[in-house]
Write a protein that binds this ligand. Structure first.
Ligand SMILES: Cc1ncc(COP(=O)(O)O)c(C=O)c1O
Length: 440
């Protein structure tokens, strides 16, 4: 066989043009997405027919945020959310768990360090400390159900690198006191805003007050994209490091393949990237954040204004009532028996009431159920994070180490507010609560 002249040497190209094929992700996937929205059958059929009919003209999506030939939804969501929170740097990630790890790694937290977390929070706040090979130190909460600055002060040691303050149940924590403590000890203040996106403290948005903020956009949160999260900060260096950690090989620094500008810019990270699917949903949610928050706040205010509290019954104390996102209403009852009864009686009235703590019922939001920490479990034979400090320096993890958390949480009736409730719904909910409280 005679070899033809190579194209590189001026010969004819072997591949002049390939056929025109649909993109990797095309109309089948779009139709699958339609089903997530549960259209009426006739609408679904009309849409499917129209989509299939114009399949040739439809260009498929590019669901990876980088290398995207179109404007990235993830990038747009970052810009919009950063503006909403009031910070210059905002990084989209795939969960708040990822956001917390990226934040701690950005801060350089690792083996032998201690990070203070509240006794009442979703377990991820504490587990991520361990995942960074650091030691979670658990501090009590007070009648705000957020971390008690006085207990935090007692638990600071020379190994403490950060405090994670959690704005639990949509309410702002006591930021003035916590910020003063963090500044005094020159340690970072990480805000876990998973449950309080859009909340504020003394006029400043939560997630813009501490060193770095971490948000969740999972399905159950105020704003959601099914799964997702954001890291917010005013510190360019922390943003750069969080961004590097979230994209395994520190790929997307200002100059992709350049050597590091400063020590600490290159390291082995993980992959927490948000997909364009999540980015698109998150962007739409952020656009209507004010409306959603207004719905929660108005509903909660209407209910609270109509409540008649008998002696011995109190509402959760709010560090800043104006900054409350309004997603939950917590009523403290005089004792555990009355709490259990009131919760059931309110449910019977149609009020979506629940209890928070029952020692016998497993709940990942209360430290006594965190077996992973209480029993110091490790993922590998190296025994980390627990082996990272001397045994004598490990905190004593005991069931009764945060007595106020157990007391308040076992006397709490919690009502999840719905942002769509109208005035009549709020009146009915308040009436249901009042009927029960009158019998306490
Ligand atoms: C206070 C708190 N922190 C962190 C998380 C973790 O968020 P994600 O599910 O996005 O990882 C949650 C989720 O429930 C949470 O409530």
């Amino acid at each position: 066989m005679r070899f033809k002249q190579l194209a590189i040497e001026g010969g004819a190209k072997a591949v002049k043009q390939t056929g025109s094929y649909p993109t990797k992700i095309h109309v089948d996937e779009l139709l699958e997405l339609l089903d997530l929205w549960e259209f009426p059958a006739a609408t679904r059929k009309t849409l499917a027919t129209a989509i299939r009919k114009s399949a040739k003209e439809i260009k498929g999506p590019h669901l990876f945020r980088y290398y995207n030939p179109r404007p990235s939804k993830v990038e747009a969501a970052e810009k919009k959310f950063g503006k909403f929170i009031g910070v210059p740097y905002c990084l989209a990630v795939n969960s708040c768990t990822s956001a917390l790890i990226a934040a701690m790694r950005a801060l350089g937290i690792g083996k032998g360090d201690e990070v203070i977390v509240p006794a009442y929070t979703f377990f991820a706040t504490a587990s991520t400390v361990g995942a960074c090979n650091a030691i979670p130190v658990i501090a009590d909460v007070d009648d705000t159900l957020t971390i008690d600055p006085k207990d935090v002060a007692r638990r600071i040691t020379p190994r403490t690198k950060a405090i994670v303050v959690v704005h639990m149940l949509g309410v702002p924590a006591q930021m003035t006191e916590l910020k003063a403590l963090a500044d005094k000890h020159k340690i970072a203040l990480i805000e876990d805003v998973a449950q309080a996106a859009g909340g504020s403290y003394r006029g400043k948005m939560l997630g813009s007050i501490g060193t770095i903020g971490c948000f969740s956009f999972d399905y159950y949160k105020i704003l959601n994209s099914g799964e997702g999260g954001f890291v917010t900060t005013s510190n360019e260096w922390l943003y750069t490091r969080a961004q590097s950690w979230h994209d395994c090989a520190a790929c997307w620094r200002p100059n992709r393949y350049a050597s590091e500008r400063r020590e600490g810019e290159l390291f082995c990270g993980e992959n927490y990237r948000m997909s364009e699917l999540q980015g698109a949903v998150a962007l739409a949610q952020i656009r209507k954040a004010d409306k959603i928050l207004n719905g929660y706040r108005t509903a909660k205010q209407r209910i609270v204004a109509a409540l008649v509290l008998p002696r011995g019954v109190k509402l959760q104390r709010l560090a800043d009532p104006k900054g409350d996102a309004g997603s939950n209403l917590v009523i403290f009852m005089p004792n555990v028996e009355k709490t259990k009864w009131a919760m059931k009686a309110m449910q019977a009235e149609g009020v979506p009431a629940g209890g928070i703590y029952d020692a016998k019922v497993k709940d990942w939001h209360i430290y006594t159920h965190w077996d992973h920490i209480m029993e110091q479990k490790a993922v590998a034979p190296d025994g980390l994070p627990w082996s990272g400090v001397k045994k004598s320096e490990l905190p004593a993890y005991t069931m009764d180490m945060c007595p106020h958390a157990l007391d308040y949480l076992s006397r709490s009736v919690i009502i999840g507010v719905n942002s769509n409730w109208r005035a009549a719904d709020c009146r009915a909910i308040a009436e249901g609560i009042n009927k029960v409280l009158a019998k306490v």
